[in-house]
Structure formats: structure tokens, C-alpha cells
Design a protein around this ligand. Structure first.
Ligand code: FES
Ligand code: FES
Length: 174
């Protein structure tokens, strides 16, 4: 079957078998190997990508089911040299060790913050509850996503820091 999937903002057309999985389409056909592949049985969640903004396990989605939809992979998170705040959060809060679960965790974090900019720790835990990490114990992953939420809130409300800056300026002039 000939399908066209919008991947990371670009229409990609390929001939695929009806049984071809989205994870294989991304990794093998498009060479987007940032999407990891673990259990192949919908258990580990390392294959998570965003489909129309929602996290999906790409080993449970047929490539033909993604035709006509928008898929976002980890390769699209950064804007050039500028990391997404979720990516930066994983650096700041040591949210990864081996990195195997990390692309899927970051995409789930991105989707969560896009619909809920100020999630509680419980809401973050619920969001990533379908994804396994063998390394971190999850605490630092939750901290990483929370760090990103705070960073985005600070950027969205720069006036919150303005009074302190004004006071400092006034003080230095006195
Ligand atoms: S590879 Fe998809 S859930 Fe494990
Ligand atoms: S960082 Fe190793 S599996 Fe999560």
C-alpha cells in the first residue's frame, strides 16, 4: 500500500505492507532511529511517539493507520540548537541513565505540558505510567518534567522577575 504520513512536519510517502508497524516505518524506512524499539508487545513504552499530539506506542500502531496523521518523534523536539525545555529538564535533573526509555519519556512529557502546563507530580506519574525505565527509579524523570513546566512558566511570565530586577537597578543607582 502507498501511504503518506506527515512526520515532523514533512509528508513522507512509502510503499508498505498492511502489517508494517509504525515503529518500523519510522526506524527502518525513514531512518528516524531516535524512536526506540524494545518489547514489541505494548509493554515497555520505549517506542512512544506523538500522533496528532497524543502519545502512542508505535509498536501497536500500523503504519497504514498513521496515514494522513501527524507524527512527531524525538528528532523534532529541539529547535535547531535550542533544546526543548523537556530535553533541558532531563539534563538539569539527571532524568536519564542509559537513555533507552528517554525519547518516549520526553515526548510524553511534551504532550502533557502542551495540554496541562502545570501538572502535579501525580499527574506526571500518571502520564508516564505506561512507560518503563530500568534505570532511574522515575523520581528524576518526574523532576525533569516538573523542571520543564517551571521553565516554561517563567519564560511565559517574564514580568514575574521584573520587580526584582527593577529593585536591584534602583538599589545600585542609590
Ligand atoms: S516496543 Fe512498543 S511498547 Fe515496547
Ligand atoms: S534511562 Fe535507562 S531505561 Fe530509562
Amino acid at each position: 500500500m502507498r501511504i503518506t504520513v506527515n512526520v515532523n512536519g514533512e509528508d513522507r510517502t512509502r510503499e508498505v505492507e498492511p502489517r508494517h508497524l509504525l515503529v518500523r516505518f519510522l526506524r527502518d524506512d525513514l531512518e528516524l532511529t531516535g524512536t526506540h524499539w524494545g518489547c514489541d508487545t505494548s509493554n515497555c513504552g520505549t517506542c512512544v511517539v506523538l500522533m496528532d499530539g497524543e502519545p502512542v506506542k508505535s509498536c501497536t500502531v500500523l503504519a497504514v493507520m498513521a496515514a494522513g496523521h501527524e507524527i512527531r518523534t524525538v528528532e523534532d523536539l529541539a529547535d535547531g540548537d535550542r533544546l526543548d525545555p523537556v530535553q533541558q529538564g532531563f539534563i538539569e535533573q539527571h532524568g536519564l541513565q542509559c537513555g533507552f526509555c528517554t525519547p518516549g519519556m520526553m515526548l510524553t512529557g511534551r504532550a502533557l505540558l502542551d495540554r496541562n502546563p502545570d501538572p502535579s507530580d501525580q499527574e506526571i506519574r500518571e502520564a508516564i505510567s505506561g512507560q518503563l525505565c530500568r534505570c532511574t527509579g522515575y523520581l528524576n524523570i518526574v523532576r525533569s518534567i516538573r523542571w520543564a513546566a517551571r521553565e516554561e512558566a517563567a519564560v511565559a511570565a517574564p514580568e514575574a522577575t521584573t520587580p526584582a530586577t527593577a529593585t536591584a537597578t534602583t538599589g545600585s543607582q542609590a
